[in-house]
Design a protein around this ligand. Sequence first.
Ligand code: FMN
Length: 186
Amino acid sequence: MWLHTKDTFFFSGGDAISMNVGTTIIKSRHSVRKYKPAPIEEVVIRDVLECARHAPTAMNLQPWLFGVIRDRELLKKIAGLTDHGKFIADAAACFAVCGERKAKYYLEDCCAATETLILALQAYGVGSCWVAGEKKEYAEDVRILLKVPKEYTLVSLVPAGYPADLTIQKKKEVDLTVFYEIYKEE
Ligand SMILES: Cc1cc2nc3c(=O)[nH]c(=O)nc-3n(C[C@H](O)[C@H](O)[C@H](O)COP(=O)(O)O)c2cc1C
């Protein structure tokens, strides 16, 4: 099966391990902080939101709200509030993942939704970057700016757009990060 994303074709079939479409998409994801001016198609926005709402949540509470911000002035204001998210100003869209404070595991739930959203965007060839979030002082300022009810808090921002540039970060080798059964020092 051929899978078409914006700029890339992936092939899946035959060797299930080396040519798996899903894992190829997961491994091809990198944070993208420079975007082409092209908008993200509405059908893509809807489908990635559909994917995000399928993320697992503790007790299936789904304690979230997903904001979709495309207004340029609003994007600039959000960017201005962040410390390490100035590139949000130039994104085609920015998702704001908000968690319901009273749900015990809202942070884990919203992080699961954030990663699901990011991977769904990647499946369409749309680049994005996880921008913090919940532990930042500006979380409350962003909530107020977006008029999100106070029962919710910002968990993450996900600016997105078709990639103009990206940096590929080095990752730890799997054998350095994994243990099987009981952990033992070599
Ligand atoms: C919880 C969290 C918060 C992050 N916050 C920011 C941020 O504020 N600004 C930013 O540019 N990148 C942010 N990132 C992206 C990381 O810098 C990035 O994932 C990391 O450098 C690895 O690069 P990669 O995503 O390309 O694999 C954040 C990622 C996570 C998971």
